[in-house]
Design a protein around this ligand. Sequence first.
Ligand SMILES: [Zn+2]
Ligand SMILES: [Zn+2]
Length: 172
Amino acid sequence: MDTQAAERLAYKVMSEHGLIDEGWTFKWSRAVRIFGLCQYNTKVIKLSRPLTEVNDEAQVMDTLLHETAHALAGPEAGHGPLWKETARAVGASPEATARGVVTATKYYAVCGCGAKFSRNRLPSDMRFCGKCYRAGLKREARLMWVERSTMREAGYSARANRYADALTQLAG
Ligand SMILES: [Zn+2]
Ligand SMILES: [Zn+2]
C-alpha cells in the first residue's frame, strides 16, 4: 500500500476511535518482522514502513485496528478476553497474529509499469516483468533489484554480478 495513503488511513482510524483526542500519535517504524506496535507510555501507534509497502490496504487496515484495540483495551489486556472483545468491536480480526501478511524481503524490484517484485536472494539469472516482456518491451522488462536496507541497486542477477566482477578483475 502507498505509505502516504496508509498514514492518512492511520490518522482516520485513530481519530474515529477517539485516540487522537486522547493524545495518541502515529509514527513509522523500520521493523521488518513487526507490522504494528502500540506503545502505551508514549501513546504512539507504529506501522512498519517496509511491511506497509508490500502489503495491501486490507492488511494495513487490520493491523491499524489491531493496534487501536490494544490502545483502547490497555497494556494489561494483552491478547486476552478484553482485547478480543475490543478487537471485535472496532472490526479487527480478534487474533494475536495476522494471516496472509507479506513479509519484507531483502531485495525488491519495481518495473516501469508499476509492477512490484520481491525476493530474499538475487535471482541466478536475469528476471523480467512478465507483462512487459509479453508486450514486447524486452529491454524495459529487465528487473533491477534494490537492496531494501540500503536502497542501493544490487544488480540484475547473481550471474550478471559475477560476470561484472570477473571483467573488473581482468581490467584491473
Ligand atoms: Zn497485538
Ligand atoms: Zn512491467
